[in-house]
Design a binder for this molecule. Structure first.
Ligand SMILES: [Zn+2]
Length: 268
């Protein structure tokens, strides 16, 4: 599933192709995504010019003027691709042709993604704090511990209502870097550990963006390139392999239904 660094990478790769371009034609080939694509989606988008491409949490927000945003969420398996769609068009649900040539298309085999037009970010229901923004601080994390002392630190990091965009991969990696065991209860976190965790989350996300995300199954950016951060994983999906820092075998467990990986020596 694309997490924040992958969505940020998609934004960065579509931005130069889209900004300043006029949308000539939109074809919706399949409306049944996580929510149905609105009947007037194509008509409202056609003829508009893209002013900006931004990201909030795991949403791609494409400003098409007059306060209207074309919103894309990649769900589990969604891809926005720039170029020529495959001839058989399997799983290509939306095609957007740009004036003067070029096409952006949306492909999503599992159809958990979203495609909509919105004039109010509140429609998206995002309430969590942006982990790369100024509000994600040690003070914030420290204050959250009062109401969440019994949940695990990993569950708190992945709770999209608190912190938006950190998924399973980057929660595992950030906890390794902070030296905190994923199963630790929030109430047992020390003040300086909250500070270390905030720094680790930021650092892992920034380095993953730098490496253009992680390609595990089929993630590709909008130009078809895989990410490279998977080769830098310290713990994720490395059960039984040696910790890169101390040589101890990485262990795995399940927290909140998700694969959890940690070094029993480096993380306490
Ligand atoms: Zn270790």
């Amino acid at each position: 599933m694309p997490e924040l660094p992958e969505v940020e990478t998609v934004c960065r790769t579509i931005r130069p192709h889209l900004v300043g371009r006029r949308i000539e034609a939109v074809e919706v080939r399949e409306r049944r995504l996580r929510r149905p694509v609105a009947a007037d989606f194509a008509r409202r988008l056609e003829g508009r010019t893209v002013a900006a491409v931004d990201r909030r949490a795991k949403y791609i927000l494409i400003d098409v003027g007059d306060g209207l945003r074309w919103v894309v969420h990649l769900g589990m398996s969604g891809r926005l691709c720039f170029g020529t769609p495959p001839p058989e068009l399997t799983h290509v649900h939306v095609r957007v042709r740009l004036e003067g040539g070029g096409e952006l298309f949306y492909r999503d085999p599992r159809r958990f993604g979203l495609m909509l037009l919105s004039s109010d970010e509140a429609d998206l229901g995002i309430v969590g704090i942006e982990p790369l923004g100024p509000d994600f601080t040690a003070e914030l994390l420290w204050s959250l511990r009062l109401r969440h002392r019994r949940v695990t630190v990993k569950s708190l990091l992945m709770d999209q209502r608190r912190v938006a965009g950190v998924g399973n991969i980057y929660a595992n990696e950030a906890l390794f870097e902070a030296g905190i065991r994923p199963s630790r209860r929030v109430g047992r976190m020390r003040r300086e550990e909250a500070g270390r965790l905030v720094e680790s989350v930021r650092s892992v996300l920034e380095r993953a963006i730098e490496a253009r995300g992680s390609s595990l199954l089929d993630y590709r950016d909008a130009e078809g390139n895989p990410g490279e951060f998977q080769s830098s994983f310290h713990v994720y999906d490395r059960a039984g392999e040696a910790c890169r820092r101390c040589g101890t075998a990485i262990r795995s467990s399940v927290i909140a239904g998700r694969g959890t990986f940690y070094c029993p020596r480096c993380q306490t």
